[in-house]
Design a protein around this ligand. Structure first.
Ligand SMILES: Cc1cc2nc3c(=O)[nH]c(=O)nc-3n(C[C@H](O)[C@H](O)[C@H](O)COP(=O)(O)O)c2cc1C
Length: 487
């Protein structure tokens, strides 16, 4: 299927047409025909459960900008992004963005770093966010702000944008090949893993002292935490059995509990996955872009390199281990979970459904609405199974003009507790807040998934919405991006 064959949602004039389109695709996506406003709006319902009092159901997803300084502090662009997170009116700020627990663990030389020399500037991000939030909503009651802690594992590039420095847990038949790793490329040793766990502890102490309400121990998108969950073939304490593969999380949690009493913990989880996809040149549409296809499966199954995939049919999801993982979170007293899927590196259509691929991507192999429905449905299943967990859902931005209708229905019908805004927050942070206030939606600010927010960092430039956000559109960076795309 090419991008051209997919109906553009922006061309649908009203919500009735959207509902009929969803039905015609055979998908189940809840959608309210009318937007409810004010305190009656499901998006404005407060949630008071266990340790959390969260003022509404709008969450801001972590969105990094590849725009920190070389030593890991925020830049002017970072500060602006966090201000806009605050302006969203969302009462749950899930982590702000990925912050590396060590220099070696950074995904790029501009990723934020949790370290003594950056702590004041990280505190400033929280302060400006809170200030903007109060200006938008009138108060910071029920505002909960986390910090996402990460180690990039296989996707470390701490020193040069063009130089991967992978830290891997096991050899992966497809992903090693993509990174050109030889069979004897060294694995992280157990001792190195222990030292990374200490880095997480140090970073959590810092976040706690700076006043963040929780830290997210990131387990998604192919980064280190997520790679642990699929480390079936790794020998030793941190791999193999479910117990071994979750030891990393358990040891991080244990340390945080003893060092930071009162600091809450959340986990962002890629709950489902598939085998990696790649652009298939035999399916080139315009001589440039090609449709994505799954890697050919290894001859012998089970597939032993996935988490949340059916080992006998690994292009399909299997929720049995993710459910076990959520049971473990409950046992560990962790209530906050953010459900996402796949990885931007090897199956972006699963993780962030889009009509237009980034420069290193492929044309969508399915209607992006299928991807939205997939994430929504698995989150619904997990929410049903774990009603006491507080769940954030992901992957809604592709819904564009109909995001408010779907978000309202999803919360009202209990598919999810919080609707997370990812790419949409870059273009139109106030979309859900304004919709639930009864303001008219500004259609020209709606994210159309052009993917420049990913293409720019792939070219070594800061992320941002280059097509729609004038701050980027009118900047020198836009020129550079244009040049880089031509090259
Ligand atoms: C530019 C960009 C930066 C992102 N940064 C992060 C991040 O720092 N941490 C994270 O967990 N996810 C990150 N994501 C993933 C988003 O949080 C979200 O899961 C994804 O974009 C799908 O949601 P959406 O449809 O609302 O965009 C990023 C995505 C994009 C496009």
């Amino acid at each position: 299927m090419s991008g051209g064959a997919i109906l553009r949602l922006g061309s649908l004039k009203d919500v009735g047409r959207f509902q009929r389109h969803v039905q015609a695709l055979g998908l189940q996506i809840p959608c309210d025909p009318e937007i409810v406003t004010g305190a009656q709006s499901p998006l404005r319902w407060p949630l008071d459960r266990g340790l959390f009092k969260i003022g509404n159901r709008i969450a801001v997803q972590p969105m990094e900008g590849w725009d920190g300084t070389r030593d890991g502090a925020p830049s002017e662009n970072t500060v602006r992004r966090w201000q806009r997170f605050g302006r969203s009116g969302g009462k749950l700020i899930w982590g702000g963005e990925a912050v590396a627990v060590s220099h070696e663990g950074r995904a790029n030389p501009n990723q934020l770093l949790a370290a003594p020399h950056t702590q004041e500037s990280l505190a400033h991000l929280r302060t400006v966010l809170r200030r903007e939030h109060i200006l938008t909503t009138g108060s910071d009651d029920g505002l909960v702000i986390g910090l996402q802690l990460t180690h990039s594992g296989r996707y470390c590039r701490p020193n040069e944008h063009s130089r991967p420095e992978p830290r891997i847990l096991y050899h992966h038949p497809f992903l090693d090949r993509r990174l050109k790793l030889p069979p004897d490329y060294p694995l992280l040793t157990d001792a190195e893993i222990e030292s990374i766990i200490e880095d997480f502890h140090r970073a959590a102490v810092m976040a706690w002292k700076l006043g963040f309400d929780f830290v997210d121990i990131k387990h998604c998108h192919g980064y280190l935490g997520h790679e642990f969950l699929s480390a079936h073939t790794r020998e030793g304490r941190y791999g193999g059995t479910f117990e071994g593969r979750t030891r990393f999380l358990r040891e991080i949690v244990e340390g945080i509990r003893s060092l930071c009493p009162g600091l809450q913990i959340g986990v962002r989880l890629s709950a489902i996955d598939t085998v990696p996809f790649h652009a298939d040149p035999s399916q080139s549409v315009n001589g440039k872009s090609s449709t994505g296809v799954a890697e050919s499966l290894p001859e012998s199954l089970p597939y032993r390199w996935g988490f949340g995939v059916d080992p006998l049919n690994p292009t399909e999801a299997d929720l049995s281990e993710p459910e076990r993982f959520l049971s473990l979170l409950e046992e560990l007293g962790i209530q906050l979970v953010n459900i996402t899927a796949g990885s931007p590196y090897y199956n972006p259509h699963i993780q962030r459904p889009a009509l237009y691929p980034p420069s290193d991507g492929y044309l969508p192999p399915e209607d992006p609405l299928v991807g939205v429905a997939r994430q929504m449905e698995m989150t619904r299943q997990l929410k049903r199974r774990f009603p006491h967990l507080l769940m954030v859902g992901s992957g809604y931005s592709y819904l564009q003009d109909f995001l408010p209708h779907v978000a309202q229905a999803a919360v009202r019908e209990g598919w999810v507790d919080f609707v997370g805004l990812g790419r949409m927050v870059l273009t139109y942070p106030g979309l859900l807040w304004e919709a639930s206030e009864g303001s008219e939606i500004q259609r020209k600010r709606i994210c159309r998934t052009f993917s420049d927010c990913t293409t720019a960092p792939r070219k070594g430039l800061p992320s941002g919405c280059y097509p729609l956000d004038e701050y980027y559109k009118d900047s020198d960076l836009a020129e550079k991006l244009k040049e880089a795309k031509k090259r």
